[in-house]
Design a binder for this molecule. Structure first.
Ligand code: HEC
Length: 142
């Protein structure tokens, strides 16, 4: 009797658990693609500062980064634990949302500073203020 009950519970668990896991997979992958997009933009920006990449594109890279940052709240809102996300994202949503807003605001400031062909060196201070680590240290598994 006991083993059979255990088996029944396990199979119910499978029925409920597996589809739920499968359903959250696109949500996890989606937010990871947004992060990869951010990484690509900031790697390109780094090459502009190192030299050899077109400085006139700085404003466009920051525009792409700002658009991506604006997509983060909707990407994390679905409660889809997994990936490298810490569960505190959803248990402390207000604080996480504040980090996303602050991140977006700092990109917007750098974008504004990069207008009208301003030399990249004059924007560097604002680029340095854009922190990925502030959020990763708290909300991403290492
Ligand atoms: C508001 C919080 C937050 C900010 C700001 C943030 N990240 Fe993330 N990032 C995360 C979380 C959470 C994950 C884990 C996502 C997951 O796997 O569920 C992550 C994951 C990543 C990943 C791994 C993606 C993958 O393929 O698994 C990269 C790369 C990344 N971030 C780059 C960046 C860069 C570059 C910046 C800054 C320009 C940045 N992130 C800013 C929260 C943030």
């Amino acid at each position: 009797m006991r083993p059979r009950l255990a088996l029944a519970v396990a199979s119910i668990g499978l029925c409920i658990g597996v589809p739920a896991l499968a359903a959250s997979q696109p949500a996890i992958e989606y937010r990871q693609y947004l992060m990869k997009t951010l990484e690509a933009q900031f790697q390109a920006i780094t090459l502009i500062y190192i030299g050899g990449a077109p400085a006139e594109n700085l404003h466009s890279h920051l525009t792409a980064a700002l658009l991506t940052a604006r997509m983060l709240p909707a990407a994390f809102e679905p409660r889809a634990p997994g990936g490298a996300s810490q569960p505190q994202i959803w248990t402390k949503w207000d604080d996480y949302a504040r980090h996303m807003r602050e991140f977006e605001a700092r990109i917007a400031i750098a974008l504004e500073a990069s207008k009208d062909g301003t030399p990249p060196q004059d924007v560097l201070f604002h680029i340095d203020a854009i922190s990925c680590r502030e959020c990763h240290d708290r909300y991403r598994r290492h």
